[in-house]
Design a protein around this ligand. Structure first.
Ligand SMILES: C[S@@+](CC[C@H](N)C(=O)[O-])C[C@H]1O[C@@H](n2cnc3c(N)ncnc32)[C@H](O)[C@@H]1O
Length: 435
């Protein structure tokens, strides 16, 4: 496999290509590298870069120089699969790396183009790039580190480059869990930390189970966005779910803002009972409680639940199954006490609101699972009815979720819809790719 690299600074590659596994790849004649300088495609006194058009100063690599470079490299090594590295390209992750390894193996010639300054002239990039790749949402001074990152990641997949194929296939991000922790021995104990006994037992099945469990647990706690973007099969979903803390939902018909901004109670509704119960069931919520201090309101809610536990079963079995999660309580304190009894720990309270509530409670986003789950406590989402939870109740909560918003000024969702959106954003599967 021939790999051409076009750059403004070819010297940067000398050490890189002469070291470790990349060096091994050409020593073993798996790949050979041809690093070329853009300047070698310029006529005498011609510059490789030119000023960018429009106000706002900057320079970019000129299209004619790129054209000459592409034509010369393809003349030398054959038609290439051309990759331009740019912060605006497709984000590199292990899935893309695996796909690129396939491309590298099939293509006779790979051309990697490292930009500099403001990048490459857009017309040339459009004309020649088969793929634009970014190594992350930040901007470097040039494309040479991205080219090296891409090569280090992809070449590990090329047979013969890494001695143990097994170690590549089990690496972090090759499936929905990260790699398990590694230890060396000796020493068995270091700074008071010991290697888990099972790893020294010689029992391979027990070791595999232990490693899978540890990897799943760590992945859920620290890389949940990856897990949810990758977890396609039922077995891994069940494993991941085991390590997510228990979640509960409470719908407050008390301590909510009612007419003229006073704090009061609201009425229960049939739809909020079974619709929110169905969302809770979908996302694995352990219990959904309605809170109302009013006896009559509790009676109405109980009548609705009785229906779903009786005649409702034959009317709609799924709905009835979801409604099994529902209970009715007089106060939020009772809900908290019941969860504590069941889980052995007080739940963390996450308030929800349609408005930005400033400093009433610590705000979190839908990407803060790691922070919340690090407490190792059950999680209770507190949903409001009427005009939302009162300030006192929000201030009592440990966290406040950012409001759900679209790209409009309207965000008056029904609490049923809000519950579904919140649960999905917080703990829904969100596959990035279908394999
Ligand atoms: C200063 S950057 C140009 C940034 C460009 N003006 C922009 O805002 O998208 C110069 C070159 O560095 C490389 N580069 C910088 N950050 C990168 C990233 N995150 N991923 C891939 N390449 C990057 C690209 O080759 C790019 O052409």
């Amino acid at each position: 496999m021939k790999i051409s690299i076009a750059t403004v600074f070819p010297d940067l590659y000398r050490e890189f290509l002469g070291t470790s596994l990349i060096k091994r790849s050409y020593e073993k004649e798996i790949a050979s590298y041809d690093v070329v300088s853009f300047s070698s495609f310029c006529q005498p006194k011609e510059r490789l870069d030119g000023p960018t058009v429009g106000h706002g100063s900057g320079m970019a690599i000129r299209p004619e120089v790129i054209q000459r470079m592409v034509e010369a490299q393809e003349e030398k090594h054959g038609k290439a699969y051309r990759i331009f590295v740019t912060p605006q390209g497709k984000k590199l992750d292990q899935r893309l790396v695996a796909r690129l390894a396939d491309t590298f193996l099939k293509a006779e010639h790979i051309l990697l183009v490292a930009g500099r300054y403001e990048g490459c002239d857009d017309r040339a990039q459009k004309e020649y790039a088969d793929l634009e790749v970014s190594i992350g949402d930040y901007v470097l001074m040039g494309g040479d580190l991205p080219v090296m990152v891409l090569l280090e990641a992809v070449m590990r997949y090329i047979p013969g480059v890494v001695a143990k194929k097994d170690s590549v296939e089990k690496d972090s991000f090759t499936n929905c869990f990260i790699d398990f922790p590694t230890y060396t021995t000796p020493p068995r104990e270091w700074h008071g930390q010991v290697i888990p006994e099972v790893l020294l037992s010689g029992n391979h099945a027990a070791m595999d189970t232990f490693r899978t469990e540890v990897a799943a647990q760590k992945s859920v706690k620290e890389h949940f966005q990856w897990v949810r973007s990758y977890c396609a099969d039922k077995k891994n979903r069940a494993l991941a779910f085991r390590y997510m803390p228990s979640h509960y939902v409470v719908l407050m018909h008390d301590q909510v803002i009612v007419q003229e901004s006073t704090v009061g109670t609201s009425s229960v509704t049939s739809l909020d009972i079974h619709d929110i119960a169905r969302s809770c069931k979908t996302y694995g919520v352990k219990g959904y409680t309605l809170v109302t201090p009013l006896i009559d309101q509790r009676k109405i809610a109980e009548t609705i639940l009785d229906f779903w536990h009786g005649a409702g079963i034959s009317y709609n079995r799924n709905r009835s199954e979801a409604v099994d999660l529902v209970s009715i309580k007089q106060s939020l304190d009772q809900v908290i006490a019941e969860i504590e009894l069941k889980e052995g720990k007080k739940p963390l309270l996450i308030a929800t609101s349609a408005k930005n509530q400033g400093n009433l409670s610590r705000s979190i986003t839908y990407f803060d699972q790691t922070e919340v789950w690090a407490h190792d406590r059950p999680v209770l989402f507190v949903l409001g009815t009427a005009k939302g939870l009162c300030d006192e109740l929000i201030a009592r909560c440990d966290y406040l979720l950012l409001p759900i918003e679209g790209f409009t000024d309207f965000n008056h969702l029904s609490v049923r819809s809000a519950a579904a959106v919140i649960l999905d954003r917080w703990m829904g599967i969100n596959l990035l790719q279908v394999d």
